[in-house]
Design a protein around this ligand. Structure first.
Ligand code: C2E
Ligand code: CA
Ligand code: CA
Ligand code: CA
Length: 275
């Protein structure tokens, strides 16, 4: 057993070394990427399924890595958060997204993901106000998406920033609803404008009846608390009808459009393609 343990030990070390080296390489690449601006934003429409119109658009960042090609945010956002690089990167994302949104129809909102690390930082509110002023985007067209771990921290500072954002007219969206570990009680700690039901529940709609129950109750809960309800990750157009009857007014997902570069974004009646 001892010999075996030794073997395992020997096999494990090079892997760990590789992982550490890989991580360090990505970290230093990311520093450079932020300096050189190697990022692009893609945009995904959020559709009002009562009217069929695009009502908002979510900005989703991609890294055009010089050797690896396009990298998904799930591969580098965590590193950006741990290194603090999310702050300058987040500033760039917000500014670029506001500039792009200025070219859209004026009734379309812009939804931007904000990490807990940005929220904790001292300057988020000032940065947002300055960016809105500089780009000319009205605060009422901006939505900020945060995940519930922001509330899990139970930080008075976080809540106060969210309140101030709301006072400016910026909508605050609770993203990935249902995936966190917080109890439902936190929904009353802060009055979100919108609740976005996580795509893991949506993707099981066809096969699991408990997911239908979860989505249905989340929609009822949101509405009874005065929030509008969004479903993300909707791939099957057949689910849209069911979601609408369950009280979900906004739908985002591949069924309408994947995230696309700014130039490929289309507005107007998204039901047209299915008629
Ligand atoms: P998220 O905020 O929950 O974003 C939704 C993710 O679902 C996006 O992945 C989107 O491409 C994907 N998606 C959209 N429709 C569908 C669908 O119908 N089916 C499936 N399977 N997936 C769909 P993406 O772009 O890879 O982003 C992953 C996560 O990275 C985001 O999750 C968000 O947490 C983070 N992220 C992305 N952009 C930013 C950003 O600008 N700032 C921050 N702080 N985080 C970001
Ligand atoms: Ca989001
Ligand atoms: Ca989400
Ligand atoms: Ca997510």
């Amino acid at each position: 057993a001892k010999a075996r343990g030794r073997d395992n030990f020997c096999m494990f070390v090079p892997d760990m070394k590789d992982a550490v080296e890989e991580r360090l390489r990505l970290e230093s690449d990311l520093h450079l990427a932020v300096q050189q601006g190697q990022f692009v934003l893609h945009y995904q429409p959020i559709v009002d399924v009562v009217t069929g119109q695009v009502s908002a658009v979510e900005a989703l960042v991609r890294w055009s890595h010089p050797e690896r090609g396009e990298m998904s945010p799930s591969e580098f956002i965590p590193i950006a958060e741990q290194t603090g690089l999310i702050v300058p990167l987040g500033d760039w994302i917000l500014r670029q997204a506001c500039l792009d949104a200025m070219r859209w129809p004026s009734d379309v909102s812009l939804s931007v993901n904000i990490s807990t690390v940005q929220l904790r930082g001292a300057n988020l509110l000032d940065t947002i106000m300055a960016t809105l002023e500089e780009t000319g985007l009205p605060p009422t067209r901006l939505e900020i998406e945060i995940t519930e771990n922001v509330l899990l921290e139970q930080s008075a500072g976080n809540i106060s920033v969210l309140r101030q954002l709301k006072e400016l007219g910026i909508a605050v969206v609770l993203d990935d609803f249902g995936t966190g570990y917080a109890s439902l009680g936190y929904l009353t700690v802060f009055p979100f404008d919108k609740l976005k039901i996580d795509r893991t529940f949506i993707q099981e709609l066809a096969t699991r009846s408990d997911c239908m129950a979860v989505v249905g109750s989340a929609a009822r809960l949101g509405r009874s608390l005065g929030m509008s309800v969004v479903a993300e990750g909707v791939e099957a157009i057949e689910h849209v009808e069911w979601l609408r009857s369950a009280g979900v007014v906004q739908v985002q997902g591949f069924c309408f459009s994947p995230p696309v570069p700014a130039a490929e974004l289309r507005f107007g009646d998204m039901f047209e393609t299915f008629e």
